[in-house]
Design a protein around this ligand. Structure first.
Ligand code: FDA
Length: 399
């Protein structure tokens, strides 16, 4: 029977970092993962460049960029290990990076740089790594935790669950974390796909399916108008529905059966602009519209109403007003989402009321949950990785 001070299950962003922090504090750590290739999500993240954190993250107000039953739960970890702390680590490893937009930091070269950095940090802490290695069972007894693994039984007083969420099963996501939580009576909030493209019924979507590939800046919102969540981001039309940063962001807040609202020409003042065009132009309305939205969209859009399929100087005032309103307030009810196959993250997870915000230890003594398996979900833009680093650090300090 091999003995360790702590076993970290899941060598993704949170697990690798947690193991390295604890190892460097002198803790004898075993880090294991069932996949041959660890940290696959880091590898594919940020289009292969890893959007590793966000400069705009305000740890004093995490509810601005995180959701969950208690969005302020992450305040402690995020303020003790900040974006700046991680940026300093990245600098110490000589990894060049740049800011894209809205505070998002990406590596200049490749996500592999970050994986190498995390492995080097684990090596510096003398972390034992086993992969691929499956865990068949976790038991708790008088001598702490006993794990049955592919490489034999292991004993440790502390176990950290860092197995992530359910998104992208083809690269190793499993429900292991939720199963362990249930086994030890730790409650979970029902998981659901988040940061995910939204889909529409075939017939409803037919008029727009020809727009697949088209991208444009929009304002998107969902929820009751007074308390709506809104984002100014790019929208992407797909064959089955809508994607792009705007839709990924709003998907985390969208409730099935409810509408999303899209302003396709934000800031354009269309009602007055179309009236002015009427006074000076004989072009088709679709051609006039192309000044404010992409021409392909303008062409498809006017097909929705015969009153819009005429020269702007011949269009009725009412038709111009309804066209402006329809573009500024496109309300549509998604039939669903692309699900875990395409979701960047899983919302829900281990209920934060079951965890210490300081150490991430659960009510079950010696059992910790970090990273995406916890009911803490960040916006698109590096927030989810920062939660992985911060929760991994807070837990690593406590092991
Ligand atoms: P993560 O999923 O990273 O790691 C879990 C590990 O546990 C994996 O190595 C897995 O193999 C292992 N595991 C699972 N089940 C197991 C079992 N039963 N036994 C043993 N091991 C098991 N975020 C961000 O901030 N910036 C970005 O640029 C992106 N980009 C991005 C792109 C895409 C396509 C996706 C899918 C996701 C992102 N994300 C992101 C989200 C980000 O990748 C995610 O939030 C973190 O990786 C979560 O870190 P964790 O360590 O919690 O889980």
């Amino acid at each position: 029977m091999e003995r360790f001070d702590a076993v970290v299950i899941g060598a993704g962003a949170a697990g690798l970092f947690c193991a390295s922090v604890a190892g460097q504090l002198g803790v004898k750590v075993l880090l294991l993962d069932h996949s041959e290739r660890i940290a696959e999500k880091i590898r594919i993240s940020g289009g292969g460049r890893c959007n590793f954190t966000n400069r705009d993250l305000d740890p004093r107000a995490p509810h601005k960029h995180f959701l969950g039953e208690n969005p302020n739960f992450c305040r402690s970890a995020l303020s003790r290990y900040t974006a700046t702390d991680f940026i300093d680590l990245v600098r110490r490893h000589g990894i060049a990076f740049h800011e894209k937009h809205k505070g998002q930091l990406f590596g200049d070269r490749s996500s592999e740089d970050f994986i190498r950095m995390l492995i080097a940090e684990c090596d510096a802490g003398g972390v034992t790594r086993w992969q691929p290695c499956r865990v068949a069972a976790v038991r708790h007894g008088a001598e702490g935790y006993e794990l049955d693994t592919d490489r034999g039984p292991v004993r440790a007083p502390r176990v950290v669950i860092a197995t992530g969420g359910l998104s992208i099963p083809k690269i190793g996501a499993t429900d292991f974390g939720y199963r362990i939580a249930r086994q030890f009576g730790v409650r979970i909030i029902e998981p659901r796909p988040a940061l995910v493209p939204l889909t529409f019924e075939g017939e409803d979507w037919a008029p727009y399916s020809g727009l697949a590939g088209l991208s444009l800046p929009v304002r998107i919102a969902t929820g009751a108008k007074k308390a709506a969540m809104a984002f100014d981001e790019d929208l992407l039309f797909t064959h089955r529905g809508l994607s792009g940063p705007a839709v990924l962001q709003i998907s985390s807040y969208w409730q099935p059966g409810t509408p999303i609202r899209i302003d396709l020409a934000p800031g354009a003042q269309l009602p007055s602009a179309l009236q002015q065009a009427k006074g000076r132009s004989r072009k088709l309305l679709a051609n006039e519209l192309a000044a404010w939205v992409p021409a392909r969209l303008a062409d498809a859009w006017v097909q929705r109403d015969p009153a819009w399929q005429r020269p702007v100087n011949e269009a009725a005032d009412k038709a111009l007003a309804s066209l402006a309103e329809a573009l500024a307030n496109w309300e549509l009810v998604p039939s669903g989402s692309e699900g875990y196959r395409k979701a960047e993250v899983t919302a829900g997870g281990v209920d934060t009321r079951e965890l210490s915000s300081q150490t991430l230890e659960s009510r079950q003594p010696g059992l910790y949950f970090i990273g995406e398996v916890v009911d803490v979900t960040g916006w698109l833009g590096g927030y989810n990785f920062q939660w992985a680093w911060s929760s991994g650090w807070a837990c690593g300090q406590a092991l």
